[in-house]
Ligand binder design. Sequence first.
Ligand code: GDP
Length: 171
Amino acid sequence: GDQNSSYYKIVALGAPGVGKTAITQQFMTSEYIAFDSSMDQSEHEKTISVLLNGVESTVEVLDGIDIQGDLEDIRADAFLVIFSIAHRDTFDTAVQLLQELRMDLGTDRTTILVGNKSDLVRKRKVTTEEALEVANQYEAKYTETSAALNHNVDELLVGTIDHIRYKLNPS
Ligand code: GDP
């Protein structure tokens, strides 16, 4: 088939320190990464080959986006809007980003709100319920991850790709 149809770009957004780099680094250890892939890896830009449901996709993951920049100019199939469940201000930034994405790009792009650092249970400042509510408001999915414990990170990668494929070809 068409080579371009299986090339996806995922962009991680969020306040500094929320775990954008940690999450995208964990993507590299996913069991879905094709073994034969020798892909480009730099600090903030990674290209990986993912084998999912028997279909191989090339996935470019970017985590070094300057959030002052124009979101319209970012070509992406999916946005991961990441915050830390232990840092209230990062949630505020995430809500702002969801708002900007909605205004600049509408709802045709896959958007996933990610509450990272779920291991910091006793430091939690943002409840699952309010994050879900905000995600619903912006027609985004919500998931909680711990890059530190590698919890739910594989699921995030796979869920994102599934969602991109679904949006491109609903059936
Ligand atoms: P970025 O600025 O968004 O790319 O954030 P980094 O990936 O550089 O992470 C910032 C800091 O948070 C680092 O010290 C990470 O080790 C730490 N960190 C990232 N993810 C987690 C997590 O899930 N749990 C905890 N406890 N720390 C994390």
